[in-house]
Design a protein around this ligand. Structure first.
Ligand code: DON
Length: 321
């Protein structure tokens, strides 16, 4: 069913969601990465990018926060671009782990040790896969260029975050070397880990994440830069990965209650993809126990519910002005 709404009404709805939840004080900043613990916990942004490239921005949408695990989406897309869907499935996997993002147990539990590019193990594997193998600078350039294409603009490294994260990523080091043990790393493990840590330390705005989400929703065509970033056939692949594991052990609850495939990061960002309709992103630093932004979840759920939209339903919004 068509759900007609004007651009002005949509902006009012996003403003309403921002007003509704800006005073919420639940959750806490990630504290296992010292830089993130000190970010202003009151920052709050919501952005929506429509299929025609129109962007609605409410709140602190110019603030560049640590992209963290949301970058797993971008680099999974790069791996899909370089290798194709079948090879990604073979080299990494696409199964939900049902366990926390940094779980070592999840690697051990699977007999052939597959993963998904949207948890730490699979994301480190994905960084190891990025071509050209063995060339750190060229791999990094491929990663950041791909992120910039998806965001429609560059995402500068937050040097302090990179330092903070590199000094404390002991669990991820173990993951990288455990994967090496199981032949699930396709380049030097330390190189792959460093690329992963660096990509997590890029600064991104909610607007840039909404544009990424809209590019995925729009079959790989970035509606703002007007460029085809990746093949349309890859869009359902990345959206299925986001659906199954975007909120880690809370992915089922999230999809069931929000109706939108979404990916979170411990920097407080969340990106949501409603295929053919829009990309949405929200940012607020305090997280729930699984590492997902509390206010971002509330805001996105509120908007989805008010618009009566669900990825598994037949309703579509038609913007008319
Ligand atoms: O690997 C880590 O621990 C961080 N760089 C990223 C984790 C993350 O964002 C998990 N997502 N909610």
């Amino acid at each position: 069913m068509d759900n007609k709404i004007s651009l002005t009404q949509l902006k009012e709805l996003v403003t309403e969601a921002h007003e509704q939840f800006k005073g919420n004080t639940d959750g806490a900043n990630a504290d296992y990465i010292p830089y993130l613990a000190n970010i202003n916990k009151d920052l709050f942004a919501i952005s929506i990018c429509l299929m025609d490239g129109e962007v609605i921005n409410i709140g602190d949408t110019n603030y560049a926060f640590g992209i963290e695990s949301v970058s797993k989406v971008h680099t999974a897309i790069l791996a899909l671009r370089q290798y194709g869907a079948d090879k990604l499935l073979e080299l990494i996997g696409a199964d939900a782990t049902g366990l926390p993002f940094n779980s070592i147990m999840a690697i051990l539990l699977e007999s052939d040790h597959p993963s998904t590019p949207l948890v730490n193990s699979g994301a480190i594997s994905a960084c190891s896969m990025i071509m050209p193998i063995g060339d750190s600078d060229a791999k990094w350039k491929a990663i950041v260029d791909n992120i910039a294409e998806l965001c429609g603009s560059e995402t500068p490294l937050i040097g302090e975050l990179y330092k903070s994260e590199s000094a404390t990523n002991f669990n991820n080091k173990s993951i990288a070397w455990l994967l090496k043990n199981y032949n699930r790393i396709y380049d030097d493990p330390d190189l792959a880990l460093d690329l992963y840590t660096r990509q997590c330390s890029l600064g991104v705005t909610s607007e840039q994440l909404a544009i990424t989400a809209a590019t995925i929703a729009n079959d790989g065509y970035n509606p703002v830069s007007k460029k085809q970033v990746f093949k349309a056939s890859l869009s359902p692949k990345i959206t299925s990965l986001i659906s199954t594991v975007g909120f880690y052990e809370h992915s089922g609850d999230w999809l069931y209650s929000s109706g939108i495939p979404a990916k979170s990061g411990v920097g407080g960002g969340v990106l949501g993809v409603l295929p053919g309709q829009f990309g949405i992103a929200a940012f607020a630093p305090p997280l729930d126990g699984a590492g997902n932004s509390v206010k971002a979840q509330l805001a996105i759920k509120y908007i989805m519910n008010k618009l009566n939209l669900n990825v598994f339903g037949g309703n579509r919004i038609i913007i008319e002005d």
